[in-house]
Design a protein around this ligand. Structure first.
Ligand code: 5MM
Length: 338
């Protein structure tokens, strides 16, 4: 499949992506919060539960794995990548090696992982990956993110994307402005737009084929400590306004991250962008959620074999809710916190 076909498949049929690419540290923190043992075997069991969820491929087009997961298999010995391919789900891989402080700019971050990336991408492609993911992280604050932070991360995202395309992998380009802070929604919109403009300038300078990538942005939201919290419709309007100004129409799809929103709000806001405007936006508006799909299921599973069915039902429910939101057909009144 060529790049444009893979990208089109990732956002086809109103499906979206499920990110299960938490690094071991992040996964262990989530396990610790609910008392699950933090071992390689626990992480394997959790990822086996997810990838073997019956019927999840009817709502999920692709899953993003972490390196450890990419090399793991079910208890019966089937590699997770193969389980996904058998279910008609495209295999993605997170290829950045993590977020570090940006030297000289306290509070700003830079995402690392370009060294040796060409060879790692070839290896991942050889074991079945169709697409990859790299996340750049920005914080809103006094003089943050700095111009240097935006430039460095935009350049790294573009270098990563160019290398992915060279290896035949579709790059998911993920610039995330974090929700933490007391900034208002207007600030988030202004900063998100500057970041996206810098990212697309670098993608163009590095000859990245826009038709062969997917953008994974944050929605435009106020900081979690901001006193004014908007309606679902206000978030949808502010997000679309920002994206329409900054994202070229040639991009084949936008798949939002959830960023710490509740599962219900992430779904309702996606729905509200799709309900009135679905046929009028230049790009399909999809999802690439981790927490907003996994969190309720993780709490239900709690590491217990007996809870696998319940947890899989919860994952399937959240995937279906977001699938419905892509069609503008999500009904929050029939949704429940689990
Ligand atoms: C923003 O995070 C991405 C989407 O997840 P949410 O929907 O929960 O916001 C997610 O793919 C993220 O990049 C990984 O989980 C990050 O893992 P590490 O461990 O690298 O921070």
């Amino acid at each position: 499949m060529d790049l444009a076909n893979i990208a089109a498949r990732l956002v086809a049929d109103e499906k979206g992506l499920l990110a299960i690419d938490e690094s071991n540290g992040t996964c262990n923190r989530r396990f610790a919060d609910i008392g699950i043992e933090q071992t390689e075997e626990s992480r394997r069991r959790w990822r086996e539960l997810i990838v073997t969820t019956p019927e999840i491929g009817k709502s999920i087009s692709g899953m993003i794995l972490y390196d450890e997961t990419m090399h793991q298999a079910t208890a019966g010995g089937i590699p997770f990548g193969q389980v996904l391919v058998n279910a008609g789900i495209l295999v993605g891989i997170k290829v950045d090696t993590g977020v570090k402080p940006l030297a000289g700019f306290p509070g700003d971050s830079i995402t690392e992982g370009l060294d040796g990336l060409r060879l790692r991408l070839q290896d991942y492609a050889a074991i079945g990956a169709s697409f990859a993911k790299w996340r750049a992280v920005f914080s809103a604050g006094d003089s943050m993110p700095s111009t240097a932070c935006i430039a460095a991360n935009a350049h790294a995202l573009a270098r990563y994307a160019a290398l992915c395309q060279e290896a035949g992998l579709v790059p998911i380009v993920e610039p995330e402005l974090l929700m933490e802070g007391d900034h208002d929604m207007e600030t988030c919109g202004r900063l998100s737009r500057s970041i996206l403009e810098a990212v697309f300038a670098q993608l163009s300078a590095n000859k990245v084929l826009l038709e062969g990538m997917i953008l994974k942005p944050n929605m435009v939201l106020p900081g979690t400590a901001c006193r004014e919290q908007p309606t679902v419709g206000q978030v949808a309007d502010a997000t679309l306004k920002c994206l329409l100004r900054a994202v070229p129409a040639a991009v084949p799809g936008i798949a939002f991250l959830s960023g710490g929103q509740s599962p219900e709000l992430a779904c309702a806001r996606l729905n509200d962008m799709n309900a009135p405007f679905r046929s009028r936006m230049p790009w399909p508006l999809a999802f690439s959620y981790a927490r907003a799909i996994q969190q309720p299921a993780l709490a239900l599973w709690a590491g217990q074999e007996d809870n696998i069915g319940l947890a899989q039902a919860s994952l399937l429910h959240r995937a279906r809710c977001n699938h419905a939101a892509r069609r503008g057909e999500y009904d929050p009144s029939t949704d429940s916190p689990r």
